[in-house]
Design a protein around this ligand. Structure first.
Ligand code: PLP
Length: 403
């Protein structure tokens, strides 16, 4: 980002990719409604359908199985309700909204709150524990599936898996977990929001029956996302937004043409730059080395576990995230202390809590997340600010102990 500010919060929102901006401006210039049959309508429709192809290509899916939404949160809500419906359709006679739902405590609020809001009967919300490395183990999933069988025999449960965590970058072993879930007849939905541009995204290899994305995490605009179904027949059985039949009857409402065009352009851009992940990994390695030299007692959450190459979540004993974030900001450095969805407020991370991480580390956890255009000087600036903060803390501690 250069001299003005160092923007190191790509997991909250990645900067708009120039190709996305260009595509959006072109789309905004079109007057037509994509459902209209005249030339202006057809021109808008062409942009939406081109973007649908690009988003499908990003995850190795089929174009006709992409449903555009207003973002990942809407997608998660729709899929959780639809997944329950899907399970109920397979098991007629079951009360509506009564398929067991399995999800880990490290999931994003979009998933956790959508499950809470689904009004499931007692015992149908089955939490999946994670181990100290933040991973859902095969044993934990097997136990969860057994609990699902006990509470609702014969009903296919819905299993939510997170591809990579927004706060820690920790990557779940989704293919192995999905295989296990499928062996028990479960429906698997994957939150792939943090994946694009950072890791491979082959939907078939993942074993997802459906996944969802959010454009602004990979250079598209905010407020647009998509569901990608693995197969045509696993579509939503009913429209989750009733209206004019758009998105093949699954989500009513005139499409956000400019947003969708921007998402498509961003998908194309990250797809043609697969080497970016490797470069990010190198930069992150150097950043973490420097962190270690600055503070020998630094804790890097998920160190040694497979992580997104752009994310470092760290804590330094005695450095409170709430104060550190302000100090970074005053020094021109934008970082985060966890999920931006709780932004405005710095609160203890439910993700780190689910991992069993002790309160002092949780309260000090700072997330630095980068992207392919992050200059090294931005990370230098972050390190310089941190060094200043640590020196100030030492001076305060010394003056207190001398007093
Ligand atoms: N899932 C993950 C892993 C995320 O990081 C986010 C956003 O931070 C979401 C879901 C929700 O995305 P949105 O706020 O764009 O709907």
């Amino acid at each position: 980002m250069g001299a003005e500010r160092a923007y190191l919060d790509w997991n909250a929102t990645a900067p708009l990719h120039p190709a996305a901006r260009e595509a959006m401006l072109a789309a905004l210039a079109l007057p037509g409604n994509p459902s209209s049959i005249h030339a202006e309508g057809r021109a808008a429709r062409a942009l939406v359908e081109a973007a649908r192809r690009d988003v499908a290509a990003l995850v190795g899916g089929e174009t006709e199985n992409v449903v555009f939404t207003s973002g990942a949160t809407e997608a998660a809500n729709a899929l959780i309700r639809a997944g329950i419906q899907l399970a109920c359709a397979i098991h007629p006679g079951l009360a509506p909204l009564a398929a067991p739902v399995l999800a880990a405590g490290i999931e994003h609020a979009a998933v956790i709150q959508a499950i809470e809001a689904a009004g499931l009967p007692a015992g149908y919300r089955i939490p999946l524990p994670v181990d100290a490395a933040g991973l859902v183990t095969a044993e934990a999933l097997a136990d969860g599936l057994a609990a699902a069988r006990a509470v609702a025999p014969g009903v296919p449960p819905l299993v939510l898996l997170q591809l990579a965590n927004n706060e820690t970058g920790i990557i779940q072993p989704v293919p192995a977990l999905a295989t296990l879930a499928h062996e028990q007849g479960a429906v698997v939905v994957v939150d792939a929001v943090q994946g694009p541009g950072r890791m491979p995204l082959a939907m078939a290899a993942m074993g997802a029956d459906a996944l969802f994305l959010s454009a602004h995490k990979f250079g598209g605009p905010k407020g647009v996302g998509a569901i990608v179904f693995a197969r045509g027949e696993t579509r939503l059985s009913r429209a989750f937004i009733a209206g004019g039949g758009q998105e093949r009857g699954q989500r009513g409402g005139t499409e956000n043409v400019a947003g969708i065009a921007g998402m498509g352009a961003a998908a194309r851009a990250v797809l043609v730059a697969p080497e970016a992940a490797q470069a990010l990994n190198q930069v992150r390695g150097e950043f973490e080395n420097r962190l270690n030299r600055l503070a020998k007692d630094v804790v890097v959450v998920g160190e040694g576990v497979s992580r997104l190459p752009n994310t470092t979540c760290f804590a330094i004993p005695g450095l409170a995230a709430a104060q550190a974030l302000i100090a970074f900001d005053l020094d021109g450095v934008a970082v985060s202390s966890g999920s931006a969805c709780s932004s405005g407020k710095v609160k203890s991370s439910h993700v780190l809590e689910a991992m069993g991480i002790a309160a002092p580390v949780r309260e000090g956890a700072i997330r630095v997340s980068t992207g392919p255009t992050t200059p090294w000087q931005d990370l230098e600036r972050c390190l310089a600010s941190l060094e200043k903060q640590l020196a100030r803390r030492r001076a305060t501690t010394n003056s207190v102990s001398a007093a």
